[in-house]
Design a binder for this molecule. Structure first.
Ligand SMILES: [Zn+2]
Length: 96
């Protein structure tokens, strides 16, 4: 579906370490985002980190991204929406 609409997924990334391993790639650390941005020449200040946990938002902020939280809990994100679908216009707004 993404391809049909002109999008492209270059990579799916995850942290392979145990939660208390102290690695830089596990959120709320920003290592994974910084690594991907470096490899694909992505401007993080022009990117939006979307997540359903506050650790996603913290990682996004540490990486210099704008942030959108999916859910109803209190958040430090730039924008908040109850669903990913509802977040789409907010994400686009942040990218203007
Ligand atoms: Zn890790």
């Amino acid at each position: 579906m993404i391809r049909e609409h002109g999008g492209h997924i270059k990579e799916v990334a995850y942290c392979p370490h145990k939660p208390k391993a102290g690695c830089e790639c596990r959120k709320p650390n920003a290592g994974m985002l910084l690594d991907l941005a470096s490899r694909y020449d992505i401007d993080l200040s022009g990117s939006v980190m979307v997540g359903d946990h506050e650790r996603d938002i913290e990682a996004g902020k540490k990486a210099g991204c704008k942030t959108v939280f999916i859910g109803n809990e209190e958040t430090g994100a730039d924008k908040q929406a109850p669903s990913l679908q509802a977040a789409v216009p907010l994400i686009l707004e942040l990218l203007e």
